[in-house]
Ligand binder design. Structure first.
Ligand code: ZN
Length: 546
């Protein structure tokens, strides 16, 4: 043989030997993908290698494919790969419970509400009939209902039907009786509506909390069944994490038990609810951290919601000119919670809808926080904010946590509540983002649909996906597709102190990711029809596959 050929063969053998011994084993490889890492440089990549739940390599196709081998190799066929979506504000137990209750979302009339209650066939038997999700603004008669027909339909079974925002509920006579409500009942931070000197059955805010005390809880097994169903649904939307905006100690114990039984797959960043009744818990607050659960923050409610005119405004409602709404607690109480949170280094997340509630709370924040600070205190909803008050978000680095689908769902009636002149104050996401170049995005599910693609659509196009030929609402307040995706991932990680391990696709971080059949950043209006979730991974484990 020619010496030259001999030499070449030796070289080829040698290079094969070298390359094969440098091949490393991974658990999963995702390749042929359009990977948006959402790291600081918004780098793109084509392939990812995952081992022991972490991302061990990310880069060009040839680099990853030459270096790694994995028993599970997924060809993404050029589809979009993103960090797992995180919902920045939701109610997980409420959503799971919804699987046991009659859904009244999307009812076109009060008659339809009654119809759904009559036909409801529960998964588990319960003493009460619980429903949720009606909105009188969707009905032809846009007024609060009364309980006359409901009480006739259900004379012996107590019924509570909560409004979509959770701030109003309709009770039948049996339920009012069990709660001990009469025309003379007075409740701080709550209201019992009356007509001709009689209770209509509609109650607001803290009155609902009173009623809840009389409703027997579901058993662990019932709740577990509902949770599994709910979790599977969330994972199928590409959600890998949820910020639960208000849990009780019982909810936390429930999550811990689910984790013990290896049922919990989704990551939960939970805010402990604080009220006048459990303020002692706040004094003894200890953070909690496990594989899937993190508790470092508390949730405080400053006011109610716009739909039920419970949001606290600086000027009266345009469609109820003596009504300003109301704060749920005295300012001194709101202030004392902030003080404890400041002293004990707890993250404070406060529900503020009206411009008065926002002003009160932002000024309380300003009293305790300096600039710069890394407390990451949040305003949940940040829905109606006087333009003069926006600068406080930047002034003391407060994170606005908003729900883009609220803007597009509320659009049909929000002008009647606020009037034309105040509309520029509402759902001003772009202006809020400007403050710290950061905004946390969520859905408030079960108030809105949990699918984060609707959030993307509403934030970018400012239209309601469910309304045909919808006109955009204040399009100048739209977020860009990239801002929106960051708001659904890395900025939510920052808002929950978890950006070291979550929120972007980088070596060393948790392998929480979603594979779509489409690159969302193309951001065409037809994304909703085009986009499908193919896989969801949490900690390197495939938890959903289409
Ligand atoms: Zn909420």
């Amino acid at each position: 043989m020619d010496n030259k050929i001999k030499l070449m063969m030796v070289l080829i053998t040698l290079s094969f030997a070298l390359s094969s011994c440098s091949v490393e084993e991974a658990d999963v490889i995702i390749h042929n993908a359009t990977v948006h890492t959402l790291d600081e440089l918004n780098s793109k990549a084509e392939a990812i290698a995952i081992k022991n739940g972490k991302i061990i390599a990310i880069g060009p196709e040839h680099e990853i494919m030459n270096k790694y081998y994995a028993p599970n190799t997924i060809d993404a066929q050029k589809g979009g790969v993103f960090p797992g979506f995180i919902d920045g504000h939701a109610h997980l137990t409420g959503f799971a419970k919804g699987k046991l209750e009659v859904s009244l979302v999307g009812t076109a009339s009060f008659e339809e509400v009654l119809e759904r209650c009559k036909n409801f066939n529960p998964v588990v038997e319960h003493e009460w009939l619980i429903g949720r999700g009606w909105d009188q603004n969707d009905w032809n008669i846009k007024q609060f209902p009364d309980n006359v027909t409901l009480s006739e339909l259900f004379p012996d079974k107590p019924v509570m039907l909560t409004r979509i925002d959770g701030h109003a509920a309709l009770l039948n006579k049996k339920a009012l009786e069990i709660a001990g409500f009469t025309v003379d009942t007075k409740i701080q931070g709550g209201k019992l509506l009356k007509k001709n000197g009689e209770l209509t059955g509609v109650i607001l805010d803290n009155a609902i909390e009173e009623v809840k005390k009389h409703i027997p809880d579901y058993t662990y097994e019932q709740k577990k069944k509902a949770f599994i169903e709910a979790q599977n649904e969330l994972l199928s939307y590409g959600l890998t994490g949820v910020h639960d905006a208000g849990i009780s100690q019982e909810d936390l114990a429930f999550f811990k038990k689910l984790e013990e039984e290896d049922i919990l797959k989704i990551n939960i960043y939970a805010m402990l609810s604080v009220t006048t009744e459990n303020i002692d818990e706040l004094q003894n607050f200890t953070p909690y951290e496990s594989k899937h659960i993190s508790v470092k923050s508390v949730k405080l409610y400053a006011d109610g919601a716009l739909g039920s005119r419970g949001a606290c405004l600086l000027q009266p409602y345009a469609d109820d000119t003596t009504n300003y709404g109301f704060l749920l607690y005295p300012i001194s109480f709101l202030d004392s919670v902030a003080q404890i949170c400041y002293e004990k280094k707890i993250q404070l997340c406060t529900h503020c809808i009206g411009d008065s509630a926002n002003r009160v709370m932002l000024n309380i924040y300003k009293k305790y926080l300096q600039k710069p600070n890394d407390r990451r205190w949040r305003i949940e909803h940040a829905q109606v904010i006087h333009p003069d008050d926006r600068v406080i978000f930047n002034g003391v680095t407060v994170i606005p946590s908003v729900q883009p689908t609220h803007a597009t769902s509320d659009k049909p009636w929000v002008e009647s509540r606020l009037g034309k002149n105040r509309l520029n104050e509402a759902y001003a996401y772009r202006s809020l983002w400007e403050q710290n170049k950061l905004i946390a995005l969520g859905t408030d599910f079960p108030v809105e649909h949990p699918n984060p693609l609707y959030t993307f659509y509403s934030a970018v196009f400012r239209k309601n996906f469910f309304v045909k030929n919808d006109k955009p609402f204040a399009p100048e307040e739209a977020l860009t597709p990239l801002q929106t995706l960051k708001g659904m991932t890395i900025w939510n990680a920052i808002a929950s102190f978890s950006e070291q391990s979550k929120g972007s696709l980088e070596v060393g971080k948790d392998a929480d990711l979603v594979i779509l059949n489409y690159d969302l950043l193309q951001a065409e209006e037809s994304i909703m029809e085009k986009t499908e979730v193919l896989y969801t991974f949490v900690n390197g484990e495939s938890v959903f596959k289409k």
